[in-house]
Design a protein around this ligand. Structure first.
Ligand code: TNX
Length: 546
């Protein structure tokens, strides 16, 4: 009886809300657009009579229209029809509708304009990507309400991102996450205006990408027999952990990301962090093994042997398939945390050093320069395929040429140094951008994590362009990224909790001009993001508002 009563009551409640409420949009979104000019014209009333209109025959705009349709329907209960019209009708279609247009006068590749008056809404971008970002802004400005009418105050918004590379990284190697979650992560990125998904696919604890020529990588390298509990406490869960993405799944994810204007940058970490691969093909290591897919975390001495030709054949074969799947110009080849213990004692590596005339120089050991040789060979190979390498800042310590993009992770200093050397740089300093770290010093109220402390204010405060950099060096700082390593993050909800709402803070670093940033304003505006996270069922960390 009580249940019946509750049902009637909730139906009445939702109906009365629908009938009475006119909800109002707010353009105070995250990231905040560059210019928001409120107009004196009356508001536009978005309702059941509104259509989304775009040029017929323009497949990209049709897709954009479908995204907008889907977002509006998801947030409200309005399903706006999409109408495709001829060029001459597009201008006239503005009245009462939302028109999507390409405007050549808008110069930035990702820039857009939103013009709203009582007559209608015109969204224009220099490219379809710009229109997509406008749609994200519009989506975030809508109220979350089951309503049939939304008041859109008259406004002129002009916007453009500060950086061309706006990334999030995700480590699927330490813990495997299924295709659905990877797509959700891409959706989360799209909501925050990001455009590069750096995907860490291989590591000591698991190889996650199917390579047809080396089937054992997936068969053997993707499974570890058990996982350490706590912080390498030498107690194990006695449960195998595995999983890999088939090439078909990867292609599907690449396409899914591309529809959202996100490029997937795959990372195959080499020559270190390779024990999963060595377990499958022990002949590629200096000692020949046997090896075991690692069951605990850290930096390990076994790395690829740089003295044998078969190692390079292996790397090239793997990269052939990687390039086939991922169209990204940048291919991440890792390069971090490669100890040289094995190379020092490996006759083949030592012979290679002699043969190639490699010598220690500039504080770099012969082995460090051997990593330089290794990386340069891979770099040339990829260059032949029209690709360029990106790697961790350790590459600066082993003499690679400046066509390598450097990802600055041990703070921002290596990035600044790389820029003065004329490398392109992505800033991802662990002190600001490691989302696997704690979010406060109240560790007792957080799950067990790797360590560190990156409160959201800290992330928000990051300025990628060091004052010491000259104007021309500054042009080498291509963008900013945050990283989610997953040694201690085994479930989607914890991954969400770690990145939200820090992703919002990152988005403002990536998108906004520094003088426009304001943490207190962000904190307020992020409240609506919180509602959106909730709406999607994504976990988030509440500390920002406590
Ligand atoms: C360092 S960042 C690593 C990763 C770990 C991470 C944990 C980098 C290039 N290497 O292998 O997962 O720290 O925070």
């Amino acid at each position: 009886m009580l249940r019946y009563f509750l049902l009637i009551f909730s139906c009445w409640l939702s109906q009365s809300l629908t009938a009475a409420e006119v909800c109002k949009a707010s353009y105070d979104v995250v990231p905040l657009p560059r210019s928001i000019a409120v107009l004196t014209a009356p508001s536009f009333m978005l309702g059941e009579e509104t259509s989304i209109v775009c040029l017929s025959g323009d497949a990209l705009q049709e897709r954009n229209s479908r995204f907008l349709q889907e977002y509006v329907e998801d947030l409200t209960s309005l399903r706006l029809p999409v109408r495709m019209v001829a060029a001459r009708e597009l201008k006239k279609a503005r009245k009462g509708n939302i028109v999507l247009a390409i405007d050549d006068k808008i110069k930035g590749k990702e820039a857009y304009r939103i013009n709203i008056s009582d007559k209608g809404i015109v969204i224009s971008g220099g490219t379809a990507a710009g229109v997509f970002y406008a749609i994200q802004t519009l989506r975030k400005s809508l109220p979350l309400a089951q309503t049939k009418q939304i008041e859109m105050p008259a406004v002129l918004i002009n916007d453009e991102p500060r950086f061309g590379y706006r990334g999030m990284h995700f480590d699927s190697a330490r813990h495997f996450f299924g295709v659905d979650f990877v797509k959700q992560y891409i959706d989360m990125m799209a909501l925050h205006g990001m455009n590069r998904f750096h995907w860490h696919l291989t590591d000591d604890q698991g190889w996650r990408i199917e390579i047809k020529k080396y089937p054992r990588l997936a068969e053997v390298g993707s499974v570890r027999q058990q996982t350490v509990i706590g912080r390498n406490m030498d107690i194990y869960d006695e449960t195998p952990h595995g999983g890999y993405y088939t090439q078909q799944q990867l292609r599907d994810i690449v396409a899914y990301a591309a529809e959202r204007y996100i490029t997937v940058i795959p990372e195959i970490d080499m020559p270190g962090h390779m024990i999963a691969a060595l377990t499958a093909y022990p002949e590629l290591g200096c000692t020949g093994g046997p090896y075991q897919v690692m069951q605990y975390w850290g930096v390990f001495p076994d790395i690829l042997c740089a003295g044998q030709e078969q190692t390079f054949r292996f790397v090239e074969d793997v990269l052939d398939e990687v390039c086939d799947i991922f169209p990204s110009t940048l291919i991440h080849i890792g390069g971090d945390e490669a100890p040289y213990d094995r190379w020092k004692n490996c006759p083949r590596c030592q012979q290679r050093i002699v043969q190639e005339g490699i010598t220690a120089a500039n504080d770099q050991s012969a082995e460090a320069r051997l990593q330089g040789y290794f990386t340069t060979r891979v770099q040339h190979y990829l260059k032949g395929k029209g690709r360029r390498i990106i790697g961790w800042d350790e590459l600066l310590d082993c003499n690679v040429d400046t066509t390598a993009t450097i990802m600055s992770w041990r703070g921002a200093e290596p990035g600044a140094k790389a820029a003065t050397m004329h490398h392109d740089v992505i800033m991802t300093p662990n002190s600001y951008m490691y989302f696997d770290y704690y979010q406060s010093d109240r560790r007792f109220s957080e799950p067990l994590l790797i360590g560190g402390n990156v409160p959201i204010e800290k992330t928000y405060s990051f300025e990628p362009l060091a004052e010491s950099l000259s104007e021309s060096d500054r042009h080498h700082i291509m963008g900013v990224q945050a990283n989610l390593w997953t040694e201690y993050i085994a479930w989607p909800h914890l991954a969400e909790y770690q990145v939200l709402p820090r992703m919002g803070a990152l988005a403002e670093v990536q998108w906004m001009m520094p003088q426009a940033k304001d943490f207190q304003s962000f904190r307020q505006r992020a409240l609506h993001m919180r509602d959106l996270y909730r709406h999607h069922g994504w976990d988030f960390c509440p500390f920002l508002w406590q």
